[in-house]
Write a protein of this length. Structure first.
Length: 110
């Protein structure tokens, strides 16, 4: 089965923020490579998204939330997503250095 991958508005904002930060503190070339790598990583979710581990935040969400890592070690980003029938929804893209989401964070997104 092939899944469709959709990026939520919140995740788009987080991707844009990360891209701008990487561009400012590293280089435009580095930020561009990071972005292309992220898009390639998201595309892998078209096949077997359930292969990914449950996210730390799984208990805070009302549905099963999984994560996929992009990058290495301290510079890794966590891609948080849910699978609904044949669609993978990318909810958040967060630096692994950021604290896990809480129930209060989710209420604020409302």
């Amino acid at each position: 089965m092939i899944f469709q991958v959709r990026i939520t508005q919140q995740a788009e904002v987080e991707i844009e923020t990360a891209y701008r930060w990487l561009r400012k503190w590293n280089s435009a070339d580095y930020a561009d490579r990071w972005f292309r790598g992220l898009m390639n990583k998201l595309a892998t979710l078209q096949k077997q998204p359930q292969r990914c581990a449950l996210a730390i935040e799984n208990d805070v969400f009302s549905e099963e939330v999984r994560q996929l890592l992009h990058g290495k070690r301290r510079s890794a980003y966590r891609i948080l997503f849910v699978v609904r029938t044949d669609v993978v929804f990318i909810l958040h893209v967060r630096s692994s250095r950021q604290a896990p989401l809480t129930a209060e964070d989710l209420v604020d997104e409302g």
